[in-house]
Design a protein around this ligand. Sequence first.
Ligand code: UD1
Ligand code: CA
Length: 457
Amino acid sequence: MPNLVAVIMAAGKGTRMQSKLPKVMHSLAGKPLIEHVLDVANQVGIERPLVIVGHGREVVAARIQERAEIVVQTEQLGTGHAVMQVLPYLEGAQTVLVLSGDQPLLKPESLQALIKMHEDQEACATVLTACMDQPFGYGRILKDGEHLVRIVEEKDATPDERQVKEINTGTYCFRGSALKDALTKITLQNAQGEYYLTEVFDVFLKQGERMLTYCTGDSHEALGINSRSQLAEAEGIFRERILERWMADGVTIVDPASTFIDAEVELAQDVTILPFTRLMGNTRINEDAVIGPQTSLENCNVGCASEVTYTVAKNADIGDRCHVGPFAYLRPGTSLDANVKVGDFVEIKNSKIEEGAKVPHLSYIGDAHVGKSANIGAGTITCNYDGVNKHPTKIGDYTFIGSNTNLVAPVEIGDHAVTGAGSTITKNVPAKALAVERSQQVIREHWHREKINRGQK
Ligand code: UD1
Ligand code: CA
């Protein structure tokens, strides 16, 4: 049994969220609240915390079971009751760290400082607190000098107690043995008729135990997400932190106010992000790439020095020195090698485009393989769907596909082959051949005079 055991409370329904999704599964910067808390725990060296789940436990457990020990709280009778569920797992733990699954802005530095203070000063309990101008809704910290005396919930507080600005963040360190004992002594005697975890401090006080507080300088860390409005507030704060971090690491963000970057995104030095751009999921942007304006990338990889402008892309891989957009739509399974150009009003899905190929204007390329340096004329369409099945198209290296070609799949165009503009290609074209499929052009030399002779203008 390690000396330090961490417990994350995440069983509550989150009634105030008005949602069918359990509260801790709501997303902040592209990942569920609970995962932010798990990340912070990992950052202070806690490998597999105990997570107490209840409401929507299948959804929560499915998401986090690889990185946490799941403990079920069948009925949600309060935060004290939640921690009672993990007592069997605390045997021999010297320090128990308790975290709330709805507190995603907590910083690892603060957690580290809390644990250090608790252990250095051999306290029975140490609470992470914050000072807030608007402490409404939080438990208030009542002290005698340096020492914590009691935590009183908003609903149980007297008007005087409500004036207190120092609040309980819902993050604590406990001496394991004392916590175990105190949890057997808490009651339901409070305004909400719940087992409050905070009532253990009343027990400790009677026992004359040493209780301390560690106050974080950044009150944002305390933000507990109970409503959609608090979720939006947290999103704003977290977003700012992400942007600051990337700018410090050498990324140019022209307009932070209109730039949205998820927590897991990675950016290399000298990347430039232009306004109205959103980078989501596991997107990675490599050196010197310029993204935006008005671009939305989800789980995409962008190579060095590529330019992606006015583009929407999802699960796509863009090589080095590519030009994508304006107005390109790259769908899942798109893979562009280096030096590829994808121009305006082009949609690509599940296709590989080899080095130096160009799809400059008004095309749909689906389930295709486009060879090296191929040139796909404006308006070219891979007709990949027959109404029942999808079929592949293979376009060889150095091909020239004339404008407005329909490639009816399955079909293959050999290397160096050419198709005439406006052709509907239904049969394979051999390498180096020309394929033209269109009726002969008819010329009537004196058409204007014929019209006049017929009495037309
Ligand atoms: C709690 C604290 C309050 C503190 C605030 C900080 C108590 C009694 N109050 O209040 O002092 O200022 O957090 O955000 O602890 N949970 C369970 N099982 C339950 C009930 C809750 O796992 O039976 C979980 C919730 O999912 C949530 C966390 O515990 O992640 C906190 O519960 P919540 O109901 O949000 O507590 P608050 O009323 O915010
Ligand atoms: Ca809360």
